[in-house]
Design a protein around this ligand. Structure first.
Ligand code: BGC
Ligand code: CA
Length: 330
């Protein structure tokens, strides 16, 4: 009996203590889940590092952002599982760089059901998908513009007084196009708008070779080597949908002794700016990963706070040439 009373007394004391325990102080923790399509991507690596760094600057006495970043390894099944885990663990907000845009509707249905505001980045879900919930937004850059700028860089080289671009003097531009992944809006739009800008300047184009380097430097080098085997000196210019493929193409051109062929890329990554400095890359277009990272993080915080954000948010591209490349070196 005595023992029982003792136990009851202890239990009562513990309960009492917990009830009276002072309210926890310190910052409120916000769990942020970031799903990247794959870590092995130069542009997205800069982007995710900047998001992490920028979230750090948002920590205060009242809030602490706990950021978890996952590698989708270019596999939508794996990425969907990572997103399911974020949802199961009650994350407060998500930032998603989809692997496969056709998964957008499924993913949006999941975050909506769990009421977790979500920022999509870099790979744009369709307008129809984006219209299905008001706590989602897309942050990106207008791919048309990056293509147009690439085309304009080539037009300027073609029109220069000492231009040697038209090697065979037939008044047509013989070109190679190295494209990014098929599911990505940037690949299709850069391919289309770069050529449109050349044609808009009254230049007749002659496509020699077009293939996918999938955004990858090694694949860009391989595809370019194939183009060189097939067309050799007939190649007058190379458009690459991004800098990694442009740098791969330059490797292939250097190996073939064809360093006179102008190459243009997109992104303005550090190695691309180096290549402009040493003259192997004729131009690129800033795909502002820092600016996009900041807009994404700011949007995530606004959505968390119940503030409205636009459905589509655009960060501008900037043309980068030997004249201004130094402005973009960090
Ligand atoms: C960038 C590429 C990158 C791709 C990833 C594009 O906007 O220009 O460099 O590989 O996004 O999705
Ligand atoms: Ca020609």
């Amino acid at each position: 009996m005595k023992k029982l009373f003792a136990i009851i007394a202890v239990v009562a004391m513990v309960l009492g203590l917990t009830a009276c325990a002072p309210k926890e102080t310190g910052p409120k923790t916000i769990k942020v889940g970031i799903a990247i399509y794959k870590f092995d991507d130069t542009f997205m690596t800069n982007y995710r590092n900047e998001m992490k760094a920028y979230f750090e600057t948002k920590n205060s006495d009242t809030v602490k952002y706990e950021v978890e970043v996952t590698d989708g390894k270019n596999d939508q099944v794996a990425q969907t599982e990572q997103i399911d885990n974020f949802i199961a663990q009650d994350y407060d907000v998500l930032i998603i760089n989809l692997v496969d845009l056709t998964a957008a509707s499924t993913i949006i249905a999941k975050v909506k059901a769990a009421n977790i505001p979500t920022v999509f980045i870099n790979r744009q879900p369709s307008d129809a998908d984006m219209a299905t919930w008001d706590k989602i937004t897309y942050v990106g850059a207008k791919a048309e513009d990056s293509g147009t700028y690439q085309g304009e860089i080539i037009v300027d080289l073609w029109e220069a007084t000492d231009s040697k671009v038209d090697k065979n003097g037939d008044d047509k531009l013989q070109y190679v196009m190295l494209m990014g992944q098929a599911i990505h809006q940037d690949a299709a739009l850069r391919t289309e708008y770069s050529i449109k800008a050349v044609e808009a300047a009254g230049i007749v184009v002659d496509k020699l070779f077009e293939d996918r380097g999938e955004w990858d430097r090694v694949k860009g080098q391989e595809k370019m080597a194939t183009a060189i085997t097939q067309f050799g000196d007939a190649i007058e210019v190379v458009f690459a949908n991004n800098d990694d493929m442009a740098l791969g193409a330059i490797e292939a051109l250097v190996a073939a002794g064809m360093t006179d062929v102008p190459v243009v890329g997109v992104d303005a990554t550090a190695p691309a700016l180096d290549a402009i400095k040493n003259g192997t890359l004729k131009g690129t277009v800033l795909n502002d990963s820092d600016g996009q990272a900041h807009t994404s993080v700011d949007s995530a915080i606004k959505l968390l706070n119940g503030e409205a954000v636009d459905v589509l948010q655009w960060v501008p591209y900037v043309k980068v040439t030997p004249e201004n490349y130094e402005d973009f070196i960090k």
